[in-house]
Design a protein around this ligand. Structure first.
Ligand SMILES: [Cu+2]
Length: 163
């Protein structure tokens, strides 16, 4: 009887292993891609997206590619003594199992440097996200006015209650 139970466990393990490979990409869920529409001949712009990892294993956003600009980089933005600092992310952004990362104005963003053409309001553009485990995933979304871009949501769980 014990042996039978073990066999069943092994059977389930094999099934899990067989299914885990194609299911990897589906473990990542994406919010809408948003791009900052350009004004005049702005040389660069940014793109934003929310990524949730519903899988059992952590993944990492290691790079971003696009045909929209000469260079596409993953950037972070931090405030130091009231000064905004923007820099290329070194080594990518970790997305632990069950976690969600937000690329949004004021934080992580996809930097499009040397745009080949303007990004027009309400037009659709695509970028390719490169993940360590899930590989390349192309997402598309609309360019929006800066005022219409979704801001980074506060981390409610980490925020102390006020009043
Ligand atoms: Cu940037």
């Amino acid at each position: 009887m014990k042996f039978g139970a073990l066999q069943r466990v092994i059977g389930v393990l094999f099934l899990t292993l067989a299914m885990s490979q194609p299911a990897l990409a589906a473990d990542l869920l994406f919010g809408p891609l948003q791009l900052r529409a350009t004004v005049g001949s702005m040389p660069s712009s940014a793109a934003y997206i929310e990524i949730s990892n519903h899988g059992a294993k952590s993944d990492r956003l290691i790079a971003v590619e696009s045909d929209l600009a000469r260079k596409t980089e993953l950037h972070s933005m931090t405030m130091t003594d009231g000064v905004m600092n923007m820099r290329a992310v070194d080594g990518g952004i970790d997305i632990p199992a069950g976690a969600r990362i937000q690329l949004a104005p004021g934080g992580y963003h996809v930097m499009l440097i040397g745009l080949k053409a303007p990004l027009n309001i309400d037009q659709t553009y695509a970028i390719t996200l490169v993940f360590q485990s899930a590989g390349k995933i192309t997402v598309s979304g609309l360019a929006k006015r800066p005022a219409d871009l979704k801001k980074a949501a506060p981390h409610y769980s980490a925020m102390p209650k006020t009043h």
